[in-house]
Design a protein around this ligand. Structure first.
Ligand SMILES: Nc1nc2c(c(=O)[nH]1)N[C@H]1C(S)=C(S)[C@@H](COP(=O)(O)O)O[C@H]1N2
Ligand SMILES: [Mo]
Length: 221
């Protein structure tokens, strides 16, 4: 099995300086004490299987919802922001062991988007694609309809940065952080689970924190 950490560090290393600078700027502007949960300060590590940080401006961003649905749709960021907001504060847990306590994520619930699209009979899963052109993820339909699955546009109460997968990333709160696909561009309803990027290397599709990937979860850091 390929280690997430090794690959993440190898591909992410050249970007680390630029990313740290960007995150440092955010940190320095923040006098509120929230810095403990902000990237860098709070222990987030930067991961991307793509060779560079993809960028999409808030104005150019689009999210496609298609597949086994009655009403396929393409949403702008402004449209997503006008939908009912959900804010969750949970611990972020990477499968490699690092953990960031109590990080707020805000967005529209996946279940709201699925209801708007009208899931068709025969649908059983949801597949996610990313505008880095590489990453993907999947959930069963039942998992996707949980209230703690978000299409997130804020992380730590700020717009999701480029490095953290902005303008919009998935936030699968009850699962290991690899499920939270960054740079989200597509949601496709399917008749069966199509394993995501890391899942093809052996990681669990059902990535419940503490209950999957064949390890006892002892959060570190
Ligand atoms: N598009 C994309 N999403 C991704 C990844 C990635 O490489 N590409 N890595 C995953 C993993 S393994 C983790 S731990 C988190 C890291 O998120 P962060 O960079 O915001 O800390 O993003 C997840 N989502
Ligand atoms: Mo991860």
């Amino acid at each position: 099995m390929l280690g997430l950490g090794a690959v993440g560090v190898a591909t992410g290393a050249p970007l680390q300086d630029a990313v740290s600078r960007a995150l440092g700027a955010v940190r320095d502007e923040d006098p509120t004490g929230l810095t403990g949960v902000l990237p860098g300060a709070g222990g987030f590590r930067f991961y991307s299987v793509a060779p560079s940080v993809p960028h999409r401006s808030p104005a150019d961003y689009r999210l496609t919802v298609d597949g086994l649905v009655a009403r396929p749709a393409v949403y702008t960021l402004a449209e997503l922001r006008r939908m009912p907001r959900t804010r969750l504060v949970r611990d972020v847990q990477c499968v490699t062991g690092w953990r960031v306590p109590r990080t707020p994520f805000t967005g529209v619930s996946l279940s709201h988007l699925l209801a708007a699209a009208g899931v068709a009979p025969g649908a059983a899963a949801v597949h996610f694609t990313c505008f880095d052109g590489v990453y993907s993820e999947s959930l069963t339909l039942a998992q996707a309809r949980r209230p703690d699955m978000l299409v997130a546009y804020e992380m730590a109460d700020r717009p999701v940065t480029d490095a953290h997968g902005g303008p919009v990333r998935l936030y699968a709160a009850p699962m290991y952080f690899y499920k939270s696909a960054k740079w989200l561009s597509g949601i496709t309803v399917t008749d069966r689970v199509r394993p995501g990027y890391w899942e093809r290397y052996g990681y669990d599709v059902d990535a419940w924190v503490g209950r999957s990937n064949g390890r006892d979860d002892v959060p570190v850091g």
